[in-house]
Ligand binder design. Sequence first.
Ligand code: 13P
Ligand code: SF4
Length: 360
Amino acid sequence: MTLSIYDYATLTDEECDARIIAAKATLGERCVILGHHYQRNEVFKHADFSGDSLKLSKNAAESTAEFIVFCGVHFMAEVADILSRPNQIAILPDLAAGCSMADMANLMKVKQCWSELAQVLDVENEVTPVTYINSAADLKAFCGEHGGIVCTSSNAEKILNWSFSRREKILFFPDQHLGRNTAHRMGMDLDEMVVWNFTKPMGGLTVEQIKNAKMILWDGFCSVHQMFKPEHIDNFLAQHPETKVISHPECSLEVCQKSDFVGSTEFILNTVRASESGSRWLVGTELNLVNRLNEECPDKEVHFMSPMICMCSTMFRTDPQHLVWVLENLVAGHVVNQISVPEKEAILAKEALNSMLSVA
Ligand code: 13P
Ligand code: SF4
């Protein structure tokens, strides 16, 4: 019988710590733990590999472990399942760890958008569907089926170049900000981009607007990164003008335009780590990463961009209690919380993911 999560609820973090270490030692190379940078410290410290979405998807593809325990969110564990070999098992310690941005696009709405666009455009020849990796597997499969591709925050520019070399327009979902920031940095005018409002017929756009657009941006966003505002940067710089500002591309265009650097979580970490001793940074991304970076770099000043606490509540769901629960079940011979993408969907999604991995 599987061990019940309810028997773990009252364990302290310290008790979990010792038991996670023991379970990992027993499982040895049979198990690998992947940890996204937004994970809380109590979990993050147990990761064998940490990284941004791109790096972790490569770790998952290269792993030979029987069990891939993903301390991240649901779409990341789906990617691990899709890219790993058939006998490997992807596990998400808390099944409620989703991504609210990923949920802003679903297959029904994207198919509806595609068929509405088809009334105006020759979609299969004119439009490349590009999904941010923060999306459900069926949307990656949709891209695979329609000559499209997946991107992450660290390879978006290369992926947009790949897409534009094939077809003249891009339908980009679910994050409008990553799409807009990337295309704008590549030199595209804002008036060549439109936002597809998925609650309205034809996305709320006219035929002319659709025909003239190069980027059709899904009306999705990250509820964490939308909290960072240009005035947070202005206020901070007014007091400390020499500060370097660095943001994640899920932030708004206005925030990214006021930033000295824009990039993925891995890019943010590497840039601040490599900076001069004594430098001061204002960072626009999730709080757990910023706090850890601050502790890691005592020779620098690392500040969180917002006066509000912006944590990714779903990343936070993975706690040491869930982690030890899944590991001790594996030790006892039980798999709990397996993430398994249906085969038909996985084949198509893998096409779109492999296209991405071959580009960047
Ligand atoms: P990264 O790929 O930059 O780690 O971003 C993932 C994410 O969900 C950011 O909100
Ligand atoms: Fe999703 Fe935003 Fe959380 Fe990233 S920070 S996992 S985009 S909700």
